[in-house]
Ligand binder design. Structure first.
Ligand code: NAP
Length: 235
């Protein structure tokens, strides 16, 4: 692995995004860190700069122009973009009769539209290079069909479909496209309903390690599912 690779990651400063950023830094990647809270992003950029080159971009993945800025920052500061990780996501548990229009909009704009906008910008940069990897962070919710996951599950299932379609379209360009769908992890994602986090939910460092293996070992497997030990059994 050359030590001059560049990764851009959305939702970089906490949860899985922070674990992935640390994984990239350990492997010598330079980083473009996307996040929407200025103070949290600054503090995380400070931490990452102790380990590697890092540049923070205040951005909201729901805004196409912000997604373009993330990718442009990689190209302008570091000359290229090797890996884009569409990691930012939001979760709300609500059934079909309770979920609000705003919650549906938030989940689809963040979990699906954001990755589409960022990928559009990345494809342009990666086609120029003739290489790159666009990695979307899905969820087992895409295939588990949990009650209460009406919009979250649907947004992640749509993300998987988007990934498969983009992968077909980009065959022959040198751009790799994949989606990694973890099961439950111990993160802030569930801050609206903390009792949702179970004892066997996975540590982000463990999941990030599996994702780094996926990045470093290109295979034909484009949708990787990593279930937590006591998770959905596939019935
Ligand atoms: N935790 C799980 O059990 C689990 C399981 C499967 C998949 N996932 C997926 O893993 C990914 C990371 O989630 P996590 O578990 O690490 O949760 P997390 O700790 O809540 O992190 C999510 C990150 O996304 C950012 N974000 C949310 N909306 C954004 C927006 N509009 N623009 C830019 N950034 C935004 C958050 O920033 P703020 O702090 O500003 O909100 C935060 O940095 C998500 O895609 C999630 O769906 C999580």
């Amino acid at each position: 692995m050359p030590d001059n690779k560049i990764a851009a990651i959305t939702g970089a400063y906490k949860g899985l995004g922070a674990a992935l950023s640390r994984g990239f830094a350990e492997r010598g990647y330079s980083l473009v860190l996307g996040g929407r809270e200025e103070r949290a992003l600054e503090m995380f950029e400070y931490e990452m700069k102790k380990a590697t080159n890092a540049s923070a971009v205040i951005m909201d993945v729901r805004k196409k122009a912000d997604c373009e800025t993330l990718v442009n920052t990689a190209v302008e500061k570091f000359g290229r973009l090797d890996v884009l990780v569409n990691n930012a996501g939001v979760w709300k548990m609500a059934g079909i009769e309770e979920i609000t229009e705003q919650e549906i909009t938030d989940m689809f704009e963040t979990n699906l539209f954001g990755p589409i906008y960022c990928s559009q910008a990345a494809v342009t940069a990666m086609k120029r290079q003739g290489s790159g990897h666009i990695l979307n962070i899905g969820s087992t919710s895409a295939v588990s069909y949990n009650a209460g996951h009406i919009a979250y599950g649907a947004s992640k299932a749509a993300l998987v479909s988007f990934t498969g379609c983009m992968r077909e379209e980009l065959k022959g360009t040198g751009i790799r496209v994949s989606v990694f769908s973890p099961g439950g992890m111990k993160t802030d994602l569930f801050r609206a309903k903390p009792d949702r986090v179970k004892d066997d939910f996975m540590d982000t460092s463990f999941v990030a390690g599996k994702i780094m293996e996926h990045i470093e070992t290109p295979t034909e497997e484009w949708h990787v599912i990593l279930r937590r030990p006591g998770g959905y059994s596939g019935k």
